[in-house]
Design a protein around this ligand. Structure first.
Ligand SMILES: Nc1ncnc2c1ncn2[C@@H]1O[C@H](COP(=O)(O)OP(=O)(O)OP(=O)(O)O)[C@@H](O)[C@H]1O
Length: 299
């Protein structure tokens, strides 16, 4: 993509006001890039700014934030008319930044913005849940969900991705497996799961490669189930190292249904969704994203 005549940057207000971000945007504007900046205050703002960007015929929307912000921007873009969907760039400003890290988006704001403004857009998949919610990176249930939703913001700010692991260990006594059933074409599993990972991307929770083989443009979901008969030390080791374990079930699918007799929380890119039944399907080539040419998540 050449210099975009009209690019929007949607910054999560938590990480918007740093000198690095201000300097990078100033420098790019001086080079002739036209950059409209919007800053969020709460959930929902990013989606509204995507609508505004589309009305102004933006060709590119850069999501500046963590996985939650990328989720909000991507979910709003995919719900636009397919003829007028802007491409999405990524400026990693979150705590875990799992999607951006796995895609090898540069951490440095200026470099990330240069990639977003000059890279080649690639069509990537998204995943639809219960016909109305979306995720771009990963849905997690069970243990992983508890860690990522309950880790205090102060701990996240102090320790970054490591905070999730630390919080998980301190909460070990309260971890309860989810009793659930997962069905798909030629696949059925029922039992107690400590972690369920449904990956479009490969890692979640601050760097844990739950779905190490996932690709974002293969039209497939990677399902990983960590069964509850695994001891906690072995579980943590599997999560940290992504090691094979006889307690992990892995499967490549294009849709699945997850049901439970009790209310479960499924964490979609960090945002919790409660329910007893989740119908999950991949939406192939849903949005165009600006990624490094050697992005490891592309086939
Ligand atoms: N100005 C703001 N201050 C605090 N929270 C905000 C603000 N604007 C949006 N939010 C909230 O931020 C959440 C998304 O945060 P995001 O995931 O991007 O960052 P993070 O949690 O630090 O990163 P990661 O998910 O990569 O760990 C949304 O739930 C949204 O409600």
């Amino acid at each position: 993509m050449a210099i975009s005549p009209n690019a929007f940057i949607i910054l999560n207000g938590k990480g918007a006001n740093t000198p690095e971000v201000r300097d990078a945007i100033k420098k790019l504007r001086e080079q002739g890039y036209q950059l409209e900046v919007r800053v969020t205050w709460e959930y929902g703002d990013a989606g509204r700014y995507v609508t505004e960007a589309q009305r102004q015929h933006a060709e590119l929307i850069i999501a500046g934030g963590g996985d939650g912000t990328i989720n909000e921007v991507a979910a709003a873009i995919v719900q636009l008319n397919s003829h007028s969907r802007p491409a999405m760039g990524i400026l990693p400003l979150g705590t875990a930044n799992d999607f951006a890290t796995a895609c090898q988006i540069p951490e440095q704001p200026y470099q990330a913005l240069i990639l977003a403004l000059n890279g080649n857009p690639v069509a990537i998949d998204m995943v639809k849940v219960n016909q109305q919610h979306y995720f771009i990176n990963m849905a997690t249930g069970g243990f992983g969900t508890k860690i990522t939703t309950e880790t205090p913001d102060k701990l996240k700010a102090a320790l970054g991705g490591f905070s999730y692991l630390l919080h998980g260990i301190t909460q070990a006594n309260t971890l309860k497996p989810d009793n659930c059933t997962i069905t798909a074409d030629n696949f059925h599993w029922s039992g107690e799961a400590l972690v369920i990972g449904i990956g479009n991307g490969k890692q979640a929770g601050g760097g844990h490669p739950l779905c190490p083989d996932a690709k974002i443009n293969d039209g497939q979901l990677q399902l990983a189930i960590l069964m509850a008969d695994e001891s906690l030390p072995a579980l943590l080791s599997s999560l940290i190292n992504g090691k094979d374990s006889e307690h992990i079930i892995e499967k490549s699918l294009n849709s699945l249904t997850l049901t439970s007799s009790h209310e479960m929380i499924l964490n979609l890119d960090g945002e919790p969704l409660k329910g007893n039944q989740f119908q999950i399907e991949v939406v192939p080539a849903a949005i165009r994203c600006l990624l490094p040419s050697n992005c490891p998540l592309l086939i």
